[in-house]
Design a binder for this molecule. Sequence first.
Ligand SMILES: Cc1cc2nc3c(=O)[nH]c(=O)nc-3n(C[C@H](O)[C@H](O)[C@H](O)COP(=O)(O)OP(=O)(O)OC[C@H]3O[C@@H](n4cnc5c(N)ncnc54)[C@H](O)[C@@H]3O)c2cc1C
Length: 519
Amino acid sequence: MTTLSTDVLVIGGGATGAGVAWDAALRGFDVVLADRGDLATGTSGRFHGLVHSGGRYAVKDPDAAKECAHENGIIRRVASACVEDTGGFFVTTPFDDPEYADRFAKGCSDTGVPCEEIDPAQARREEPRLNPGVSRAFRVPDASVDTWLLVWALAQGARAHGARVLPYHEAITIHREGDHVRGAGLRNNLTGEQVDVEARITVSASGAWAGRVAEMAGIEGVHVLPGRGIMIAMNHRLVNTVVNRCQMPTDGDIIVPIRTVSVIGTTDVHTDDPDDHTVLQNEVDAMLDDGEKLVPGFKQARALRVWTGVRPLFEDRKGGDSGPTRDVTRAHALLDHRERDGVDGFVTITGGKLTTYRLMAQDTVDAVCRQLGEDRRCTTDSEPLPGSESGEYLHINDRLRRREETLQDDQLVCECELIPRSRLEDSARRRGSFDLDDMRRQLRLGMGPCQGGFCIYRATGILHGLDGIDSAEASSVLESFLRERWKGVWPILYGDQVRQARLDDWIFQGVLDVSHLPT
Ligand SMILES: Cc1cc2nc3c(=O)[nH]c(=O)nc-3n(C[C@H](O)[C@H](O)[C@H](O)COP(=O)(O)OP(=O)(O)OC[C@H]3O[C@@H](n4cnc5c(N)ncnc54)[C@H](O)[C@@H]3O)c2cc1C
């Protein structure tokens, strides 16, 4: 058993927890950040990828709209290297209530969401695939974000200020003495080792799991209503601007262009289990039909992958049934358990959106300061994250440009995402992880049209050659990657992607016989 001592223990390494770690470390606190899995494998790694302008909430949830509008401006500045400045359109399609457009324009003006009405013909000139029946169009500053870049930049920034970052460390007990929480017991989910963390204050930033973590601390009534949503990635950029339907928020009404793909989403179905990743065929079919309404011909593109995420929607109530989750506020909830439950040394932050992670972190660390009786100023609204110092946005051509500089010297491992061998090797050495799914998130390995068909056996061979893993482990990481990928592929198999899946199957079963590798 290892024992660590720290000022602030953060449980949960999504955008919120990593944001809290960065904020607290910048304010000079000693920090330990722990997640039960790799960083950003909860909702922050399973969301739609949109930095909201606030437009989506302008009519329905004005407070959420104001927060998004404010934070959008800050994220663009401090995390520019993780953000693609796609801009956004809200468009009235023939399927939308034409009256909503005026309410939308007024809502934006009332909440400070920058919004300009443009000629629909101009919107179609910029996005030629848009439904030709669009009758109104508004331009807003929506953007897309590479969540793994963001969360890892937050963690690296925290680390540079002394924080210890512990992926694969699950909080299994919260140490409570009387009315005081004094840290937590963690289990390393890779090795089984126990780590005891003594902390002056413990922050639960565990999103949809916050109720469970609060229960470990003996605190009741922290109700997080998990709202499950699906998203589907199409094989290329059908649009280069985030395109929203101008209507009350509903299912399948936004397409987000992000890196090499465009993503349609989403749904919102109540579930009791934050680990519920069920994908229903009727949801997939409805989502693809919804894509057609914004971009006719949508279904003719190849659907690469479907995944689900679970919204952490907070409702502070003791017992009772949960209603439809789309009507619960998207605002965040900060629970200072000293004020709420008379329990010192424990704070919960949940709800909200990825767009508001920084504000959530700021409110949380302010509460930490109050509990510890220390006045330390937040600087995350002006301090750029590592990699974002130049203020330059992420650009779709970045990888191609870098690739052209090393065309002759560096072997390409993944053609779809232009990943050179040196990046794969660097990443494995830096992380000390040979898990191909960890590599996927970090590098986008296997995220293109072949879904790993061509790059994953190469990557496995390269990692094996690095002496980090023996052949049995190499076979096992390969098999586990393929199993994981298949979960997101089979519910959307149609058209060309069926042929791709068949080819992948021939490669892995027919040529490599992966089911019978020595493990
Ligand atoms: C379908 C969908 C689409 C969305 N789209 C958008 C969007 O486009 N834009 C936007 O701004 N927001 C969007 N959101 C909302 C946004 O994704 C979430 O609000 C945000 O990612 C939550 O971040 P978080 O860090 O609070 O939670 P999470 O990212 O879920 O992090 C919580 C972490 O806690 C960890 N954890 C749980 N229990 C333990 C334990 N016992 N010990 C250690 N670790 C533990 C989990 O592994 C997890 O990594 C979307 C949400 C969904 C579901």
